[in-house]
Design a protein around this ligand. Structure first.
Ligand code: C5P
Length: 236
């Protein structure tokens, strides 16, 4: 396969392939937090997030969610459909945590009386600020139809993932999704992993996600391993 790097992000690299409609994603061990101020690596993270994301994309396929994942290529690589990424990040929240807990003055761990959907402008220089439908229209970031599609898909994905994860004794606290357009259709892109979701053990409430890195809680790699193990049975 002809590989040309086209993009290097904080946690992944993207390469062209000999098919113009497909890209290769390479998952790195690099981790950042606080909008890039905190840097480090998490052992085997690339391998684990590649496999965890593939698992979730396959689960979503079974429920009719359209996404970019095609197949795993290696331990750290997956083949995906090439997308024009919409510069809007969609966050779905079931339980108060992180920036929401701060913004509304709630302690972490309180169930939201209603699912909360938030939109963020995907722009590193600005630190991904929260925006609303008016900003998206004014800046021309996406059409109303695309925003509607992203929100509907995000809520459906929340139902699917939350229900599945509970069978593995994992609570889905919140997560971030990115979408893009492929041949005119809005598809789920990016990744679904402990980097982009908050996962808590449903009994002990232990954090099994990137908050362990962000907050220096220790046992970071072990948390990712535990998620992979509960989802796929795979011991790394
Ligand atoms: O930090 P905050 O509470 O807003 O994060 C909400 C959710 O979005 C968390 O699951 C976090 O992992 C994810 N997120 C992300 N990438 C960002 C910001 C947040 O994946 N740049």
């Amino acid at each position: 396969m002809m590989k040309q790097p086209i993009y290097e992000g904080k946690a992944k690299m993207m390469y062209t392939t000999d098919n113009a409609d497909e890209l290769l994603v390479y998952y790195k061990d690099d981790a950042t937090a606080l909008n890039g101020l905190k840097k480090g690596t998490i052992g085997n993270k690339g391998t684990m997030n590649n496999k965890i994301s593939a698992f979730f994309f396959n689960l979503l396929s079974q429920h009719g969610i359209a996404h970019h994942f095609i197949r795993l290529v290696s331990d750290r690589e997956m083949l995906v459909k090439s997308l024009e990424i919409l510069p809007v990040e969609v966050v779905v929240r079931n339980i108060s945590a992180g920036s929401l807990a701060k913004r509304i003055g709630w302690e972490e761990g309180r169930k939201m009386p209603q699912t909360v959907v938030e939109l963020y402008y995907k722009d590193d220089d600005l630190g991904d600020p929260m925006i609303n439908h008016y900003h998206i229209r004014a800046l021309g970031l996406a059409t109303d139809e695309q925003v509607h599609a992203m929100e509907e898909m995000a809520l459906k994905i929340n139902e699917i993932l939350s229900a599945y994860l509970l069978t593995k004794k994992i609570e889905l606290i919140d997560f971030k999704l990115e979408f893009g357009v492929h041949k005119g259709q809005v598809l789920l892109g990016d990744e679904i992993s402990p980097d982009t979701c908050r996962f808590w053990d449903s009994e002990t409430k232990q954090k099994l996600d990137k908050d362990r890195f962000r907050r220096d809680l220790g046992d970071v790699e072990e948390a990712y391993k535990e998620i992979l193990r509960r989802l796929t049975g795979e011991e790394l």
